[in-house]
Design a protein around this ligand. Structure first.
Ligand SMILES: Cc1cc2nc3c(=O)[nH]c(=O)nc-3n(C[C@H](O)[C@H](O)[C@H](O)COP(=O)(O)OP(=O)(O)OC[C@H]3O[C@@H](n4cnc5c(N)ncnc54)[C@H](O)[C@@H]3O)c2cc1C
Length: 357
């Protein structure tokens, strides 16, 4: 029988949310065992890694600003990969500017540069783009994207020796007297006074094993790679008027492009490549803003998934009253990377508080 492990906190899930929580916990003196059974079938390693502080909708305004500042500072020790500062251009309909204004102000108040461009300004600066007159751009010149797998490795490194990684499947939570006691796994059992479930859709059955209802399902998230003529000066773009998103790939003359999918209940698997129908769906939408895509060769991509709450609302960080010591952080619906430092900090704050009680 494998000897049990003991730590202050057990975390299920070594994705960006679990490791952001672990890094914050160890920085505050807690010991952590992170349990994960797969290095491949997770959303984070295949993430597009787009980061920015502004979003016109959604419930995460403060988390976006906090996380963007953290990414730009390259973490606690300045050791995370540098943000590819290609600029983040968020396109919105001019009719939505009033509602977006407080969020633009929040970005500015945090000391992060941001400006509003009209369609003429956008095309003058980025002649590869086509933007109709009713569309405005919110430009964050210091934002852009990060290599997701390298960022994961940096978080793991920063957490130091107080983080131990257990390659095993978490099977259920152990609890008694309405307090969580640890995690039963396919390898060693882990004894801990607090548990963070950051396991995407895998969080649901584990929460249920402690009597907590956490409904989540998968949603397809993929992107395609296209070989184009010219990517010089092309910003990272997120278009709220069509759903298109785009960034330069890390080799010349290649872009990564995607359009949100409505397909849910897909397998929690990732694979290289996208089928032809998906590549054509993405091409048709993204080419409306980046016409080079119309004639570009599709050269690859990724087919994957993320966890979402059933009504497509935002995920959340929840500290459950029973069993005490259980915190869940899941349901990011295709957008968890850019808010991960704040989500991890929030989850860790709840866990540190639970350890005091
Ligand atoms: C193709 C793609 C592109 C994306 N692009 C962006 C982007 O540009 N910007 C952005 O902000 N977001 C983006 N996202 C979303 C973002 O990547 C995710 O929201 C985020 O990575 C989710 O992180 P997580 O830690 O919650 O989950 P994951 O990274 O999925 O990690 C969960 C982990 O839990 C483990 N696990 C599950 N069940 C168990 C169990 N029982 N036992 C042990 N381990 C278990 C899994 O193996 C996995 O490693 C993208 C997602 C995809 C798929």
């Amino acid at each position: 029988m494998t000897a049990a492990l003991r730590a202050d906190v057990a975390i299920v899930g070594a994705g960006i949310i679990g490791l952001a929580g672990a890094e914050h916990l160890t920085a505050h003196g807690a010991s952590v065992v992170v349990i994960d059974d797969s290095a491949t079938d997770a959303a984070t390693p295949v993430s597009g890694g787009l980061i920015r502080a502004f979003d016109p909708a959604g419930a995460y305004a403060a988390w976006l600003v906090e996380s963007c500042a953290r990414y730009l500072a390259r973490g606690r020790h300045g050791s995370w990969p540098a943000v590819r500062r290609h600029g983040s251009l968020t396109l919105i309909d001019e009719g939505d500017l009033g509602r977006a204004a407080p969020r633009i102000e929040a970005v500015r108040s945090a000391g992060l540069p941001v400006e509003v461009l009209d369609a003429g300004d956008i095309v003058k600066r980025h002649p590869q783009l086509t933007v109709p007159r009713h569309v405005l751009g919110v430009m964050e010149p210091r934002a852009g994207w990060l290599p997701a797998a390298d960022t994961l490795r940096a978080l793991h490194r920063d957490a130091g020796p107080a983080l131990r990684l257990l390659r095993a499947r978490a099977l259920s939570l152990t609890h008694s007297s309405s307090r969580v006691r640890g995690v039963r796994t396919s390898g060693a059992d882990v004894h801990a006074d607090a548990v963070l479930l950051a396991a995407g859709v895998g969080s649901t059955p584990l929460a249920a094993s402690a009597g907590v209802h956490l409904p989540l399902r998968t949603r397809a998230v993929s992107y395609c790679l296209f070989r184009v003529e010219d990517t010089t000066g092309l910003p990272t773009m997120v278009d709220h008027t069509t759903g298109a998103w785009l960034r330069r790939w890390d080799t010349d003359r290649t872009v990564l492009a995607g359009v949100p999918s409505t397909r849910t209940g897909v397998p929690a698997r990732t694979r290289d490549g996208v089928d032809t129908a998906e590549a054509e769906r993405v091409r048709a939408v993204v080419a409306r803003r980046f016409p080079q895509l119309a004639g570009a060769a599709a050269v690859g991509g990724v087919t994957a998934y993320d966890a979402m709450v059933p009504e497509a609302g935002p995920g959340s960080v929840t500290s459950w009253p029973s069993p005490r010591g259980l915190v869940t952080a899941a349901g990011w619906n295709g957008g968890g990377f850019k808010i991960a430092p704040a989500v991890g900090r929030q989850a860790a704050d709840h866990l540190l508080e639970a350890l005091q009680r």
